[in-house]
Structure formats: structure tokens, C-alpha cells
Design a protein around this ligand. Sequence first.
Ligand code: PLP
Length: 571
Amino acid sequence: MVGTPAGMKLDPFLQRADIAYFSMEIALHPEMRTYSGGLGVLAGDTARSCADLELPVVFVTLASRSGYLRQEIDAAGRQVDHPDPWDIKEWTEPLSAMIAVPIEGREVWIRPRLHVFTSPLGHSVPVLLLDTDLEQNEAQDRKITDRLYGGDAEYRLKQEIVLGIGGVRVLEALGFHISTYHMNEGHAALLAVQLLRQFRRRSEDVTLGESAYDPARVRHRCVFTTHTPVEAAQDRFSYDLVARLLGDYVDIAGLKKLAGTDALNMTQLALNLSGYINGVARRHTETTHRLFPGYHVRAITNGVHPQTWTHAAFARLYQAEFPQWPYEPEALSAADQLADDVVWSAHQEAKQDLLALIKARSGVDMRSETPLIGFARRMTGYKRPDLLFTDIERLTSLAGNHPFQLVFAGKAHPRDEPGKWLIEQLNQHRRQLSAVIPMAFLPNYDIAMAATLVAGADIWLNTPLPPLEASGTSGMKAALNGVLNLSVLDGWWVEACIEGVTGWAIGGEKVDPGNDHAGMLYRKLGETILPLYYRDRKRWIWMMKQGISKNGAHFSSQRMMRRYAAEAYLR
Ligand SMILES: *Cc1c(COP(=O)(O)O)cnc(C)c1O
């Protein structure tokens, strides 16, 4: 390895980086299609803040050469799925270390590729992308790291073997000395199984005896961040499948004690083998306690990377007034003192960029004087992108009193048929309402589009069915840009909403599936929000500044990573 250019690039990190962050997906650059949505964006913002704060972290993920999904919308308004390959050679370099893991009795070779990620403040973290597309492997195994969240349970388990078991061994082969392993969601939980195995192997070498089997030694090293608020969303594999793929590499009887007797539940496995466990918002941590009683689960509420998600017009403003804001976003708490006209003109600049994007991607002309409501997230049932269209008559009568415009974006997972149906429905509404409500659906939502959307809308709408939104982060991005959140009280918004100050709530805090959220949404828009936009611009701008100074300042990945560093890594 020494002597190869990529190997040399790794050298400065080998001694220093003793924390490994494992994530199935990570969103670093729009051109690197190694992510699908919020989980990957969180991992990316984690990497950005680790670099900014010079934290000694190495990132481990999959190569995902064919990406996740390129979304096309056909003439009938339906999602058409395509692979989304990216230029891995342009963005990463192969390292010369290789290891093999046993899958279905075959040796599957894994080679890490290196991407050195440099944040806007000029510091770097290494990102290792595990790749099985090697000539040493059989054709089917070369595909294991090809498509993010592609294929069936078997394909997924193979990917998780490569990530968890392969990842630990790759770090070792490269010469890292890792003291803390951080699992971003349960996908990486097999890393803890690999650690158990290694401790056992070493203890046999020096005949330490039974005590070395103790999972406490693994727990001491592992940190687990859970993101799933419901049983059904958890990653599970049948033990028949586990036995078929891993053979006697794992002790199934032992695994059942840690990961559930019926099926291998990756969340449960991670919970049992981690010494520090956290949910991604306070509300989500309460939900996790109910789902998995008996574990000590803390709450570290997610955050977003300020420089990445702030529009250039606002970044200029912040730079002039609070030069330390990129490193210490808490400085934005004084943003309530900014002058109204500079805040409004920065917002108009961001809105203009979004109107240009809408025109370019959908052909729809929108007006800068008319309020623009944005909604962009994974298109799936519980996010209820159709809530706004529950009562079309009420919606059009609202628009008759106070005109507004709508922009939507978001992909449905290729196997999520109800999610795909929602996209089709949205596009039908768009066509039917086009004379009354200007509306656009922008295809192929990604981080570049997200940056323009969260800055250029006037109102950022979120309508999940509680308690299913673990955190949500796009509303935090909106807050950095003075865009006002209108959201159901779930995830992060429970902590962030001050009614009529930082934004507005749809419904109360109680989780009640019988809530008439659609009715509440119409009332809030028609009686409060739209009249305010048209009649009291001064109060509107005051709220924008409250959103920045209270939420933009607080919900940053700098704060989040300082907490992980102090509380989870320095145990
Ligand atoms: C921020 C972001 C997300 C996450 O948004 P949520 O509010 O959690 O739904 C998903 N996808 C992209 C591309 C993003 O930028």
C-alpha cells in the first residue's frame, strides 16, 4: 500500500482516526450517488461536521456503483425507475489492501476505495467505500455492492455482511486502530458480531478463558444510533438465510440470544451489543423506549450542516455579521437583530433561484409575489404527501381567497407501490388544479435540488403520521434560510415549534391517529398563515428571523457532533 498515491493519502489518518462511523449510505456530493435520503444526508452532514471540528473519525460505507434510483416521471405522471450509476474512478481511488468474507461458502473479496472528504473549513476525513466488483469474485458477488437498497432480503443481507463484517476487517487490514464503532442505523450491526468473534479469537490465543466471551467488551466499543420508530420498519432476516449465507462463521444459537429467537432483528442486535444507544430526537427516543423497554436510550437530536444548507445570499449576510457561524452556528442566535430589508432581499434571491429551477425542470412559471409552499421528502404512505388534497374544494377555495403555489419532489422506493401511487396522484392533482393553483413536481430529488428547495420556498410543509417521523431534517435546513415550517408535531418539530414564532403546528402534541390533520392544515393556512403573508409582512419577517435565531442556530450538525464526541465517544 505504501507508495501508491491513494495509500499515501490515507497515511495522515491511520494513526489519528480511532472512531469508525458505519453507514449503509452517505450523501457527500451530488455526483456520488451513495445515498437514498435522510439517513444518508445525516451521515454526510456528520462527515462534514467531523471534518470541520477535526474529529478523528473514519467513515465506512458501500461503493453502490449503480447508485440508488434515478427517477423519471412519465407522461402519465408515474415514476419510472432507472439505475443511477456514478463515476467512481473520478471520485475515489482503490486502496491495495483486500480482505475476503465467506458468503454462501465462497470467499467474497472486498477492496476499499478511498474518498478524502474536505469540508468548507478546509479539514478532511477519510471515507472508505467497500467494493466487491473485483475480478477475483464470481459474477454474482461482484454485484453485491452495486445497488443501494436494491434486490431482495438475500441481497440486502449480503450487503450488510460486507458492510459490518467486511468493514471491521478492512479497517484492520489498512492499519487503523479503532477504539469506537458507531453504527448509523441497524444495517451495520454485524460489525458487533465480528468484534465478538475477534475478541474470542484473541482470547483463545492467550487463553484468557470464558470471561472474554463477554459481550460487555464489545458494548464498551459500540455506539448505536437508531432511526426506526416502528417494528415493521426494522431490518430482519430469517435464521435459515443467515445460516445459508454465513454457515459456521457465526454461532446461530448465540446470535438468537442477542438478536431475537424468531428472526435476526438488526435493531435488537445493535441494542444488545452497544454501550451507548441514542434516538434522533426526544420524541423518537420516547417511542424507542416503548418499543424496546429495558434499554438506556438517550436522545441526541439530529442537526444539519450550516454551510452546506444555507443559501449563498444568507451565507453572505451571516459571514458579515457573525463570522464564526460556520464553526459555531450558535452565533446565529443573534440573527433576530438583522435588519428586515436585508433578510427579505436574501430570501427573494433564494426564491428567485427556486423559481428558475422550477421553470427549468417542469416548465411551470411561478410568481415571486405569491407565497410558495414546498414539500419534498421520500414519497411513502406515512409522510402523507396527499394530505393537502384531502378536500379539493376546500383547497381551491383557500386559493381563491389567498393565492399560493406548490412545489413537490421526492422518490418512492422501487418496491413501494403505494408510494409510487402517491406520486401518480400528486401529478393528477397538479394537472387538474393547474388553472387555480400553480403546482410543479420536480423529478429526481437529490441533495443539490434540496438545497434550492429548502431555501427558496416561503413555507416548508411536513405532514407525517405521528409517531413515524423519527426526526426529519429538511425543516432544519429551511430554518437556516428563514423559511417557515408548517408541520405536524412529530420528530424534531416537537422541540422546535413555538406557535406563531418559529413556525406553526398542525394539530397538537398527542399522538392520535384520529386527528383531523387535513382540516387543521386548511384552517391554519386559511385563517393564519396566508393572511399573515399578504397583510403583515413585518410580522412575517420577524418570524423568519425567529426561525433562524432559535432553530437555525440550534439544529446544526456541529452541535450534534459535539454531543456525540463528548457523550458517546468519550465514554
Ligand atoms: C434533507 C434531505 C432529506 C431528509 O429530509 P426529511 O425532512 O427528513 O424528509 C432527504 N433527501 C434529501 C435529498 C435531503 O436533502
